[in-house]
Design a protein around this ligand. Structure first.
Ligand SMILES: *[C@@H]1O[C@H](CO)[C@@H](O)[C@H](O)[C@H]1NC(C)=O
Ligand SMILES: *[C@@H]1O[C@H](CO)[C@@H](O)[C@H](O)[C@H]1NC(C)=O
Ligand SMILES: *[C@@H]1O[C@H](CO)[C@@H](O)[C@H](O)[C@H]1NC(C)=O
Ligand SMILES: *[C@@H]1O[C@H](CO)[C@@H](O)[C@H](O)[C@H]1NC(C)=O
Ligand SMILES: *[C@@H]1O[C@H](CO)[C@@H](O)[C@H](O)[C@H]1NC(C)=O
Ligand SMILES: *[C@@H]1O[C@H](CO)[C@@H](O)[C@H](O)[C@H]1NC(C)=O
Ligand SMILES: *[C@@H]1O[C@H](CO)[C@@H](O)[C@H](O)[C@H]1NC(C)=O
Ligand SMILES: *[C@@H]1O[C@H](CO)[C@@H](O)[C@H](O)[C@H]1NC(C)=O
Ligand SMILES: *[C@@H]1O[C@H](CO)[C@@H](O)[C@H](O)[C@H]1NC(C)=O
Ligand SMILES: *[C@@H]1O[C@H](CO)[C@@H](O)[C@H](O)[C@H]1NC(C)=O
Length: 382
């Protein structure tokens, strides 16, 4: 009787273990890799082993101009961490990502005669595998007969405007390949010599993070927005790089937005759009203060719109944005305030001191230059 009970229990435990392992197998049996000959079409997706990230085709709804291949965090409307190829238009319905038998990774679609080649190895290789990893990196590897693997291509080498844990900024010293974020005219780069992050606009340094202090924080980044990160800086013969990890192990991302701001999970890490050539807070000085300006003078955001009079000037160029208007107003001694010309934030209107004396109260904002007072608030970083 007792032994029968025990047998029954053992059988039940076996059944239970079988159920657990078999259901686990089902959960784990995600397709995270393409082998030679495998394809990924626009109706399927490739997800990492633990399902953290997925690679799929976008139907034009993720902020790119064209349908493209992208990697996102695997939840509905998950953060897009990588996109390819935003320069070429593909037809979403017929798009296929293909790893062929000679080691070429490419996108084919009905509207294109020639495929978009993501990677083509110098010598044809048959034993390759393309895998989406739980870090969000999509890697094409060569499997050698001796059991080792080498990376032929990886998405982490081609960041877009987002930096995620383990993705690097800096330079690969072996290949000379540089890792940086790009957003419109802005770049986020790692300067290994000074050991500082910097944001450039059209090649000119607007903002620098300052040095990494002994408390593990960068000088010019507010402590409350960088407390959760552990920075990893590598400098050796192979690479000079910067990356971060999140102390609590959760996912985090830094996004460089087209205005020139670097946005982290807890707020703005850098506001390069606030920089106009003379002040601090990470902003770089690139010219002397115009004679008509005083140190400490700052632009303050105000409600309303100043009168337009015969001294008001307009810049209708749509490539001008907030920071361009600010620099131009600062340099022009006739300018006392500025605002956007178009509703979408482009173009500039420059106002004289006189016209700021007649502010109409409308649902609008402008930026007014104010003289320093003893407790002058610094507009930077706000
Ligand atoms: C993985 O993908 C391959 C090729 O697309 C397919 O043949 C296979 O059935 C898939 N396996 C699973 C477990 O989905
Ligand atoms: C993709 O977008 C196009 C155009 O917006 C739409 O016609 C089509 O139904 C969409 N396809 C899917 C699978 O969502
Ligand atoms: C897209 O075009 C830009 C500018 O020509 C180039 O720098 C970039 O490498 C291209 N991206 C891809 C994925 O080909
Ligand atoms: C793509 O496929 C969707 C759904 O099958 C269809 O509604 C749509 O018209 C197709 N778009 C094109 C451009 O063929
Ligand atoms: C690739 O390798 C497999 C296995 O060794 C072989 O069966 C196949 O013919 C090879 N294909 C090509 C195109 O070389
Ligand atoms: C394995 O083979 C590859 C390619 O032939 C070679 O580069 C690598 O050094 C080998 N690794 C070991 C540990 O033998
Ligand atoms: C000052 O502004 C007012 C209102 O915009 C305008 O009527 C006046 O002509 C301006 N004065 C000068 C000297 O520009
Ligand atoms: C603008 O008009 C005022 C008043 O008519 C005049 O005094 C001033 O010189 C004018 N300014 C310019 C820049 O033409
Ligand atoms: C400033 O205003 C004066 C007088 O209206 C004008 O002559 C001068 O060209 C203006 N300067 C700039 C830089 O616009
Ligand atoms: C902003 O608006 C202007 C005028 O409507 C337009 O020409 C320009 O392309 C727009 N720029 C952006 C970035 O949307």
């Amino acid at each position: 009787m007792i032994s029968f009970e025990i047998k029954k229990q053992v059988v039940l435990i076996y059944l239970w273990l079988w159920w657990i392992t078999s259901t686990n197998i089902c959960v784990n049996a995600t397709n995270d890799s393409l082998k030679p000959g495998d394809t990924l079409n626009s109706k399927s997706k490739l997800c990492s082993k633990q399902g953290k990230f997925c690679l799929q085709f976008s139907n034009n709804s993720i902020g790119s101009d064209f349908p493209c291949l992208f990697i996102s965090v695997n939840v509905d409307y998950g953060t897009v961490v990588w996109m390819y190829d935003i320069n070429h238009s593909i037809d979403f319905n017929t798009s296929v990502l293909l790893l062929d038998y000679s080691g070429v990774l490419k996108i084919e679609s009905q509207n294109r005669k020639l495929p978009i080649i993501i990677y083509s190895s110098p010598q044809p290789t048959n034993n390759t595998m393309a895998t989406i990893l739980d870090t969000g990196n999509f890697v094409l590897q060569q499997l050698h007969p001796n059991g080792t693997k080498s990376i032929l291509w990886q998405s982490f080498d081609y960041p877009t405007d987002v930096l995620i844990p383990m993705m690097k900024l800096g330079v690969n010293r072996k290949t000379g390949h540089k890792w940086s974020l790009v957003s419109d005219k802005f770049n986020l780069e790692w300067g290994p010599k000074e050991g500082e992050l910097n944001i450039k606009k059209s090649g000119k340094v607007y903002w620098k993070s300052g040095k990494l202090k002994s408390n593990g924080l960068f000088e010019n980044i507010p402590a409350n927005v960088q407390n959760r990160y552990q920075y990893i800086i590598v400098s050796n013969k192979d690479e000079d790089s910067f990356t971060f990890e999140v102390k609590d192990g959760k996912f985090a991302q830094w996004e460089l937005i087209s205005k020139g701001r670097l946005v982290g999970d807890d707020g703005y890490i850098a506001n390069a759009d606030m920089c106009y050539g003379y002040s601090d807070g990470g902003c770089q000085k690139w010219e002397d203060i115009p004679t008509c300006r005083e140190p400490g003078e700052v632009f303050q955001k105000k409600a309303g719109t100043p009168n337009v009079d015969n001294a008001t000037t307009f810049e209708q160029d749509v490539t001008y944005s907030y920071s361009d208007c600010k620099i131009r107003c600062w340099r022009n001694c006739n300018c006392s305030a500025f605002q956007e010309y178009y509703d979408n934030g482009t173009g500039c209107v420059f106002h004289s001191w006189n016209s700021t004396q007649y502010v109409q109260v409308v649902a609008d904002t402008f930026y007014n230059l104010v003289k320093p007072t003893k407790s002058a608030p610094n507009s930077h970083g706000t």
